[in-house]
Design a protein around this ligand. Structure first.
Ligand code: NAD
Length: 499
């Protein structure tokens, strides 16, 4: 059985805790490897080594650090297929989708090649008589990234790029479900010229996470995962004085106005609802057609498209639209929610429960499901399903549709499909959700903007990537400087008031 360890001090090392987690092949259900789960002592040792290496890295001029990013971009492009294959093998997503996972992370590293510009401080000449004032952005020291299973390359890269380009060292604790891609990424950064110890990849579970939260050395935690864990990490990190940004779950609504192009809306919903088997924090999981006629037209367009979707292993190549869920537990959970939807009175229009693939009977596949006449009190509406299940909630008016999305506890992404500029503008302005698409179903901002949800989809006050990431991974120091040529007027013993 293949054993996956950690990346410490610029090389792969085996775990010493004696604890392991199974890594599955989601298509066959077989255990294909086991990953070491670090003890608190292993985590602390990785932190100590990072703390030793970090000051020299921080003192390296920002342009040289940016050159490591430039080389990493080249190498990530070179190794894209290898990393994507590792993702598909452990996560189950299709190969093109896995390449997208690497690509959207790589774009943040491209953005980080401009770090010297982003790290420039501020300067006020002659703030007072003979006084200059300047602010500089300094790295925090050792920081941590804790990342989810669903984007095993993209989200680690979102953390690694800005943290390292700003001069920090990072402890990355990736998901134990698909640990291979982050290790390949660590190898790439070493080859790109990153000094040993600056990026430590420590695999683990709650024990490693709690050791991160308790570490007096670690200054900041960037987390992405489910909301209960995001909230736990945010509060515990804050209790020990760490800076924290913790991004959680989602329930993204797509509002379809009566004037929308129904074919376009249906195509968008199918891609955004079922892509990656719905295991995306920006997946659309709720369709909100406005008016009964819109709803009937939308359902009529959706059903044949959904029935045509091809589900299968990534090895089947471009034949497949989406793959299996990540674990048997995820499959059980999703199917349990489907049963609850039926029991609570929603209308199951497309039923994927019986889905079975010859030769892959033990795989974690779930066929696509479409519910109609879902109401806000149902579990399938309130809960993040994280599977190939799209719920339709019929709204009587635009205001009712808007209120639905506004009242939901999550606020990650949302979209509106309409041909009316006034409605779209009103929606973008009033909605209390972090990322908004207008005729765009998955509005993931590009690397030079920032990514983050509102309400219970995000805890903390700065977003991921873009300029916010450089604010998160640096702190400001402000210097007030006077260079007297001698005490011309005698000493000053009180603050000067404005005259
Ligand atoms: P998860 O919360 O189970 O795990 C995330 C990380 O936390 C992993 O590294 C895991 O090892 C660790 N963890 C799990 N349980 C823990 C515990 N009890 N104590 C301490 N650490 C723990 O999330 P997941 O299942 O890997 O990922 C899916 C979730 O992530 C979904 O809810 C999805 O919406 C969310 N997500 C959000 C975003 C975003 O930007 N908002 C992006 C991607 C995924």
């Amino acid at each position: 059985m293949q054993e996956i360890g950690h990346w410490i001090g610029g090389r792969r090392v085996a775990g010493t805790s004696g604890r392991f987690a199974d890594v599955f092949n989601p298509a066959t259900g077989e255990v294909q490897a086991r990953v070491a789960l670090a003890s608190a002592a292993e985590l602390d040792a990785a932190v100590a080594a990072a703390a030793e290496a970090q000051p020299k890295w921080a003192a390296t001029n920002p342009q040289r650090r940016a050159r490591v990013m430039m080389e990493a971009v080249r190498l990530l492009n070179r190794d894209m297929d290898r990393i994507a294959e590792a993702i598909s093998r452990e996560h189950g997503k299709t190969f093109p989708d896995a390449k997208g996972d690497v690509q959207r992370g790589l774009e943040v590293i491209e953005f980080c090649t401009g770090a010297p510009h982003l790290l420039k401080g501020e300067f006020t000449d002659s703030a007072g008589p003979g006084i200059d004032m300047y602010s500089m952005r300094q790295p925090l020291g050792v920081v941590a990234g804790i990342t989810p299973f669903n984007f095993p390359a993209m989200i680690p890269l979102w953390k690694i790029g800005p943290a390292l380009a700003a001069g920090n060292a990072m402890i990355l604790k990736p998901s134990e479900r698909d640990p291979s891609a982050p290790l390949l990424i660590a190898e790439v950064f070493r080859e790109a010229g990153l000094p040993d110890g600056i990026l430590q990849v420590v695999n683990g579970d709650k024990e490693a996470v709690d050791a991160i939260l308790d570490s007096p050395v670690i200054q900041a935690v960037g987390f992405v995962g489910s909301t209960p864990i995001a909230q736990y990490i945010y509060s515990r990190a804050a209790a020990t004085g760490k800076r924290a940004q913790c991004f959680g779950g989602a329930k993204n609504h797509m509002i379809v106005m009566p004037d929308a192009d129904m074919d376009q809306a249906a195509d968008a919903l199918v891609g955004a609802g079922y892509g990656a088997a719905g295991e995306r924090c920006m997946a659309i999981s709720v369709a909100v057609p406005v008016g009964e006629r819109t709803a009937d037209a939308l359902i009529a367009k959706l059903v044949p498209r959904i029935e045509k979707l091809k589900v299968g292993p990534y090895t089947a190549g471009s034949e497949v639209d989406f793959g299996p869920l990540v674990t048997a537990e995820a499959k059980r959970r999703v199917l349990g929610l489907v049963e609850s939807g039926i029991a609570q009175g929603a209308k199951l229009v497309v039923d994927g429960r019986g889905f079975m693939l010859q030769g892959y009977e033990k795989g974690f596949f779930v066929g696509p499901h479409l519910f109609d006449r879902v109401t806000p009190d149902m579990d399938i509406y309130r809960t993040e399903i994280f599977g190939p299940v799209l719920s339709t909630v019929r709204a009587r008016s635009y205001e009712e549709a808007l209120a639905l999305a506004m009242d939901h506890e999550y606020g990650n992404g949302t979209a509106i499909f309409t041909r009316d500029g006034d409605t779209a503008r009103d929606f973008a302005s009033r909605i209390n959700i972090g990322m908004v698409g207008i005729n765009v179903p998955i509005p993931v901002p590009l690397a030079y903007h920032t990514f983050g949800g509102w309400k219970r989809s995000g805890f903390g006050d700065l977003n991921q990537h873009g300029p916010d990431a450089f604010r998160f991974y640096t702190r400001t120091k402000t210097v007030t400087a006077r260079w007297p040529s001698g005490l011309k007027e005698g000493g000053e013993f009180h603050f000067r008031a404005m005259e």
